[in-house]
Ligand binder design. Structure first.
Ligand code: MG
Length: 252
């Protein structure tokens, strides 16, 4: 199922998208969704970030070629950080560059959406706690990341976690292409099969640290090719099978 969160003429709702129609989901999209019967043409609704997570867990240096381009070793265990949920924005919403940073980078990534409360999930059962997958841009103030050493400020500004446009629940994430374009020029072109720690390993590791709740997001890391964005540019991340997440860039 293709799930979205939309602003419609009467409010905000989770919907299932079938072709050009959005069918309202009752209450929440976890488990087996039920439907209210209300429907809108997709053209009459505005896509929002597809989920509002309680937390976003980022994974650093999870593609060897990206670790190398920043002069870092590939970590033996997943390198985990948090982004605040207030950094989430939806498709087509402006990424705002803060005055505190002179270099704000795009990082196109596959995002895993957790579907149920869970902790200490073994690898072999990890895929059973996944609700689905979407696209994210792990926007990073690279200069502040280096200056602060820890990642909170660099990864945590408002608008630094664009997500969407949809969550696909039937999707094989093991070997799909992840492409980031800046003003139409390809900057990153990787495949999820090149992750250092795969999705089951990430779920086992992260859920061994903290309880995961429905809607929580794990950003699986970015391939090589990260680079800066400037106000007036447009950044797009495409994951085969998940569509394209596009955001304009502006100064805060
Ligand atoms: Mg990242």
């Amino acid at each position: 199922m293709r799930i979205a969160r939309v602003a419609h003429p009467q409010g905000v709702a989770f919907v299932a998208v079938h072709g050009e129609e959005a069918a309202e989901i009752a209450e929440h999209p976890f488990g087996t969704p039920t439907f209210t019967g209300r429907k809108w043409p997709l053209a009459d609704v505005r896509l929002l970030a597809p989920i509002l997570p309680t937390k976003i867990i980022g994974i650093g240096r999870n593609y060897a070629d990206h670790a190398a381009e920043l002069g870092n070793e590939v970590p033996a265990e997943p390198l985990v950080f948090l982004k605040p949920n207030t950094s989430v924005i939806g498709p087509n919403v402006e990424i705002k560059i803060p005055a505190a940073s002179q270099r704000v980078d795009f990082e196109g990534e596959l995002a895993v959406i957790i579907g149920q409360p869970c902790r200490e999930v073994p690898k072999a059962k990890a895929m059973s706690v996944v609700m689905g997958y979407t696209i994210a841009n792990d926007v990073t103030a690279r200069d502040l990341q280096k200056k602060d050493v820890q990642f909170t400020r660099a990864k945590g500004f408002d608008t630094f976690c664009p997500m969407g446009p949809f969550i696909e629940t039937e999707f094989d994430p093991s070997d799909v292409r992840v492409v980031t374009e800046l003003d139409g020029e390809v900057k990153q072109d990787g495949r999820t099969s090149l992750m250092v720690h795969d999705i089951p390993a990430l779920i086992e590791y992260v859920s061994g640290v903290m309880t995961l709740l429905p809607g929580d997001v794990i950003l699986t890391g970015t391939p090589a090719g990260v680079g800066p964005m400037a106000a007036g540019q447009t950044v797009s991340v495409t994951v085969d099978g998940l569509g394209t997440l596009t955001n304009p860039v502006a100064n805060r």
